[in-house]
Design a protein around this ligand. Structure first.
Ligand code: UDP
Ligand code: MG
Length: 325
């Protein structure tokens, strides 16, 4: 079977606690799919160790010696979830006909992989994993996520609601995605941009199998803001409108003040003065920093720095060896 090779890319940052279970669960899925002759027998799991500080990499190496279907990439340091996904896809695209990306923590139901592969065989190039329940998410996360997706859509960014980085891409879809060369990655915004025939597969989102979230609130906010400023210049338009409104208001105020003065009312207006100063100061700071965000983006983009560096990797060799057989 020369085709239908599947690689499942799994980013890992300090995931020693879940890794054994992840290897077991995903290994079982691969096995089933191979038995059902839906994927090539050389299909692989590709773990991307994103600069973990625990034993994640030792575990990955150990498993890859034990199981032919387990392979790994080791980054030189932590480059972040999105870059880990990208690295996995960049290596896998050469050998794979389809690539699935999934988190290591088993929060996303692995059984959706069967449906994704079926969709691939039906001719879809992009298959989104969409959560049909968020019961295990906190009230806060559920609502912020929902508001965020809505806000993004309002700003003209095409996102598939409740889909994250759990998806299948065909070889050509992955190649298209990899031709987007931006440094500030927001993959879930980029995938809809590549086009192709896409399908959705629904699954329930569970609790993390073990370990704790590697996306603390601060990282989540950064990621969310990154998504906005990488995909939309709506905030800059907003600043413009804000500026226009403020100017109109200040003209009205000016006329009012002048009239008051002419009529001889001595303005004692300390309050109005303070309010104007603080309000305008605030608006100006927000505006400048918003523009700064975009300038910062340009700054990081023009440097063209590598998006990741690989220290060690055993995927390519293994794939080449198997290809020659
Ligand atoms: N991850 C990563 N690098 C990081 C942070 C996270 O590779 O810097 C991985 C992590 O190991 C997991 C996935 O990204 O496989 C999603 O992270 P997590 O489950 O902690 O996020 P949450 O589900 O809580 O949003
Ligand atoms: Mg998670």
């Amino acid at each position: 079977m020369a085709n239908n090779l599947l690689t499942i890319v799994v980013p890992c940052y300090n995931e020693e606690e879940v890794l054994p279970e992840t290897v077991k669960e995903l290994g079982k899925i691969l096995n089933d799919l191979i038995e059902q002759k839906k994927i090539n027998e050389n299909s692989k799991l590709l773990f991307v160790n994103d600069g973990s500080k625990d034993k994640t990499w030792q575990l990955i190496k150990q498993y890859s010696q034990e199981f032919q279907y387990v392979t790994g990439i080791k980054f030189t340091r932590n480059y972040g979830h999105q870059n880990a996904l990208l690295a996995g896809m960049s290596l896998a695209v050469k050998y794979s006909d389809m690539i699935i990306t999934i988190d290591a923590d088993l929060q996303d139901d692995v059984n959706a992989i069967y449906k994704m592969v079926d969709k691939y065989h039906e001719g879809f190039d992009v298959v989104y994993g969409v959560r049909n329940s968020r019961e295990t998410d906190t009230f806060f996360k559920k609502h912020t996520a929902l508001t965020y997706y809505k806000l993004m859509q309002k700003m003209g960014v095409n996102l598939v609601p409740d889909s994250a980085d759990y998806r299948l891409l065909s070889k050509r879809a992955t190649e298209s995605l990899l031709s987007y060369k931006e440094r500030n990655l927001f993959l879930r915004g980029m995938v809809p941009l590549i086009g192709y025939k896409s399908a959705k597969v629904y699954y329930p989102r569970k609790e993390r199998y073990a370990g704790t979230s590697k996306y603390p609130l601060k990282k989540m906010i950064h990621f969310a803001l990154d998504g906005i400023t990488s995909f939309s210049i709506a905030p800059i338009h907003l600043i413009l409108s804000l500026g226009i409104i403020t100017t109109i208001v200040s003209i009205v105020l000016m006329i009012y003040t002048l009239v008051q003065k002419i009529m001889g009312h001595v303005v004692s207006g300390w309050s109005s003065l303070m309010i104007s100063i603080w309000l305008l100061g605030g608006i100006q700071l927000i505006s400048i920093s918003t523009i700064g965000e975009y300038v910062g983006k340009i700054f990081t983009e023009v440097k063209h720095r590598p998006r990741f560096n690989i220290e060690d990797e055993n995927y390519t060799n293994r794939m080449d060896d198997e290809r020659e057989k």
